[in-house]
Design a protein around this ligand. Sequence first.
Ligand SMILES: [Zn+2]
Length: 397
Amino acid sequence: MAFAAEPAKSPNLVTNHPLEFIDTSFENASPLWYDFAPDGTVRVHLLYDHERSSPNRAAGHIHFQLQAKPGSKLTLEFINLDNVWNGVSGSIARELKTVVISEDGRDWKPVSLDSLPENRVRLRVEMPGPRLYVARAEPYRLSDLDRFLAGIRSNRRVQIASIGKTVQGRELEIVRVGNPRAPFRIFLRARAHPWEPAGNWVVEGLVHRLLKGDADARKFLGRYCAYILPMANKDGVALGRTRFNFQGKDLNRNWNVPSDPMLAPENFALEQWLERMIAAGRAPHLALELHNDGSGRLHISRPPVAELPRYLEKMATLEELLRRHTWFTEGSTQASFRNSGTLGGGWLERYHIDAVVHEFNCNWIAGLKDYPSAKHWKNYGEQLATVFHEYFGLISP
Ligand SMILES: [Zn+2]
């Protein structure tokens, strides 16, 4: 018998536990396994996804449904948080400070986590009913994107064009909002990293603001046209991965070299689109790559290009406008900061496009003194419409 050598265990420990099941069968749920500590703590082992030809690995996407006795109190511990990033080991335990919970998967509220020794993080919840969703941040699923696109598709100011497919064959779309003959063009990409939903909420806020049909919206679209790739890593979002695509590529790396059409078709499609735009004399004047992390700063890249001083001046202008018109207070990375091959650095280096990575703090919004939420991120997107308008008013084409 397999367990004969082990000490006798109470067969009732698990069967009497209030937790009946952790459901990860649905869209965007995080792959995981779980077991029970002797004190009844549910240990949640998040699964890593891995980068090809690299020691890098990532876990940290959290999205599952607890099924347990109503009124019962559960203690969960997250324990596979030892990520490897840019070749360096680093736990995300200290970055994992909050999650959100919801009974219906629509209305979410934040819950603080407790930091424990050995890179463990604890969540205590009381079951309000038989089911409770837990997520790292308010989820934005493929079905949310489909709903969003369905709502704007017939608008005469919107064009949605497919530019290619993901590794698993999902359609990648560029959403154009406004008049392509406007003097300036902004590009935004969200969701290169699947665990980071903020960018999608920001995009929704921006697009809805631009399509409001009021005097300000007409003013914005008279000055600039927006091009948006709303969900770069659709496969990862659908299947609840954390960082890489399904061939183990990080879609916010390797932009300093041409994309591999087999391993990173998501980036290859975007690169082809960008090169067509450049060839047509319609390169974006500014590109924003939207992410979540524990800091929420602008990541200013400094590749060795002749226009670097001019670029840094423009990024300072952008930062000032963000501070003036949005709740942004987090600031920019230091001059010593290097993160080569991001879309921000790569597009500047290879295409001379003013591009920058914009992180959103996943734990706290300092400028609002509040937890992040879909509502706050959408609001940020609305305010970005003004930021872009003023930015393009201050720079020369
Ligand atoms: Zn990211």
